[in-house]
Design a protein around this ligand. Sequence first.
Ligand code: NIG
Ligand code: FE
Length: 416
Amino acid sequence: MLIHSASQLITLAGSPQRGRDLGRLGIIPNGAVLIRDGVIIETGTTLDLLNKYPDEERLDADGKAMLPGFVDAHTHLVWAGDRAVEFEMRLQGKSYMEIMTAGGGIASTVKATRAADHETLLHESRARANAMFSYGTTTAETKTGYGLALKTELAQMAVLLQLDHEGPLEIVPTFLAAHAIPTEYAGREDAYTQLICAEMLPALKDWWHHKAANKPLPFVDVFCEKGAFNLDQTLQIFTAARSLGFPLKAHVDEFENLGGAALASELGATSVDHVVKTSAAEIQLLGRSKTAVVSLPCTPFGLADAHYTPAKDLLAADAILALATDLNPGTAWCESMQFVIALACRTLKLTPAQALAAATINAAYATGRSATIGSLEAGKQADLLILSVEDYRHLAYRFGGNLVRTVIKKGIVYPQ
Ligand code: NIG
Ligand code: FE
């Protein structure tokens, strides 16, 4: 299939974009893409490709902008229930961490998720996956973390794998048993840490070989934060995970700085996420590291907090910056990377081009998938979007709507 007549074909060709290099869109005006068997064969101008492939089946982009599908590098897609009551409590002055230490927060979603059967969990999560896809997300990293016991964490993982199998949204799985201390382990944080290291991670590896042997191992993530896992517990979990061959991700510096960014990047984590209260020294360290920084501006926005990732400083230090929704029931129930782009331009002071690169090629890097997705280049998976507008900057300029007209996933066309 030849998709032609795109006002702007935004290829984002090249490698993940470090520091001030962020925002190289690689635009081909009046562009076209040739796709066969779900893979990109060639990109070029409409004139060249129509001449070269006159007999190919055609799809007219109708003078609108075309770009890679969004990669959402951090979501907690699978949960049951909602926390609208807590949102109202926060508006009345209670903080996220106060609600969490009083047994609400993540614990209340754990309760609802543990109680939900497979079908309920699948049904509620599928609705969100479909919404994400309709807003142009073609691949999403997504975490367990509302089970906090082996059986229930694996039940969430099973939902995740089933959603990936159903498609069209493709899922990159992450195991997040270290999301919170379960209430039955209150006051025994080290015992829960030990349980994760000695029992859950080895059992996850066995389970994976039975259920998903052909897929790469999932990421192991830790919420390194006061009130969740401290630096020493984070180190223990990462050491155990790494020795079993799991790649790493970390939630760091969302509310307080514990040194998690330095620890995770030194251990070779694929990404560190949130990165709000990060120290100047750690920003310099991340600038020299291969670990991506995933900024989640919906989270402070969702919490009505004024502190955002210091994106300008990270870019000046040469870090690899990516964006994601953090879709979750507590802080950021948002399925739209378009909204994230609009928000990032206003709160992180990114240009529209920088935000777009952070939501595609760099987000692919942050999920370990930049060899196959995140840009429009020969040999990559044919995951792309046709917008309803001619100029990509509308993705940042406008907000709250849906400017995606057509989503193409592995070469299959889904009109929206
Ligand atoms: O990334 N910080 C930890 N996890 C989520 C919130 C999850 C929840 O509140 O349910 C986050 O913000
Ligand atoms: Fe998160």
